[in-house]
Design a protein around this ligand. Structure first.
Ligand code: ATR
Length: 275
């Protein structure tokens, strides 16, 4: 298929953005559905200082969809005409759809957390422990409490955890109390600890992980973090960060193209980038 003057542009913006796998993910989806003449997905480094000018460009060029990552998920909200209720509750936007010049913000990160877990187990009544209390933790806290889970947060800066539990319920602890995590059913790492090139680091001592737990790391570089390797050795069920990335992208794909995403083709494209 060929690109024409009618091809709609979607893009991921962030600073940095080079590491993003969103272009590979979305373009593989367009190709699998045979709509790669209608849509193209690219990346653009946008600094915080340039965000306002960039948003003017979105309107001028009629860019169809914007996926946004660090550091824009909160600051971009001021440029939008509308923000959907869930994104408002989470307090962050990772997806923007341009409907004839009207920009609407969504958050698909929370589905990236909830859907992979629900493929394995129900969240209702479970104790879910988040390690970390940054932007990603807000989406995770919204998602798991929405599905009936009890929330625990462990964070280096306990005040930030408290802020989240004040909004979504649950208990907040410092990392000095992390051994309490032994009682959690599901543990999600939403810190950057273990991210490449610090692959030897883990946010959780191995001895606190047991076989009846589900361990989900939202880091996907490396594909299998030390936390997930430790969890596997302890006999726990693991969920790779690629599943979170895939799922948030699938939800974006539907919003940008109004087509159901070809999940298998997109997962394969993502896994191909890991080798
Ligand atoms: P994101 O938007 O990806 O969640 P963030 O908002 O910068 O990123 O949050 C990063 C999280 O990782 C925070 O919870 C941070 O802890 P603090 O709130 O104390 O800053 C946590 N984090 C980052 N590096 C860490 C480290 N070396 N040890 C423990 N926690 C760390």
């Amino acid at each position: 298929m060929s690109i024409t003057a009618k091809t709609k542009i979607c893009m991921v913006i962030g600073d940095p953005v080079n590491h993003s796998l969103s272009p590979q993910l979305h373009n593989a989806g367009y190709k699998a559905l045979g709509i790669d003449n209608e849509y193209i997905f690219v990346g653009c480094r946008v600094t915080s200082e340039n965000l306002s000018d960039f948003m003017k460009g979105v309107r001028t060029m009629n860019i169809r969809g914007i996926s946004c990552t660090i550091p824009h998920k909160i600051s971009i909200m001021q440029y939008l005409e509308e923000i959907d209720d869930t994104a408002k509750k989470i307090g962050a936007v990772n997806t923007i759809v341009n409907e004839s010049g009207k920009l609407k913000g969504y958050n698909t990160d929370w589905e990236g957390i909830v859907i992979p877990i629900e493929k394995i187990t129900s969240l209702d009544g479970k104790t879910v422990a988040l390690i970390g209390a940054g932007g990603a933790a807000h989406g995770a806290a919204f998602g798991v409490t929405q599905k009936g889970a009890k929330l625990q947060i462990y964070n280096r800066t306990p005040e930030k955890g408290l802020e989240i539990t004040r909004q979504f319920g649950g208990e907040s602890f410092g990392l000095d109390e992390i051994e309490k995590i032994k009682n959690a059913d599901i543990i999600i790492n939403v810190t950057s600890v273990g991210l490449s090139p610090n692959e030897n680091e883990t946010p959780l001592p191995k001895e606190y992980i047991s076989a009846n737990q589900v361990i989900f790391d939202i880091i996907y570089t490396p594909y299998e973090t030390r936390l997930l390797k430790d969890a596997k050795e302890q006999g726990a069920t693991i969920i790779h960060g690629t599943e979170m990335f895939l799922q948030q992208g699938i939800e974006q794909f539907k919003l940008y193209t109004e087509h159901d995403a070809p999940v298998d083709a997109m997962r394969q494209a993502l896994l191909n980038t890991m080798n």
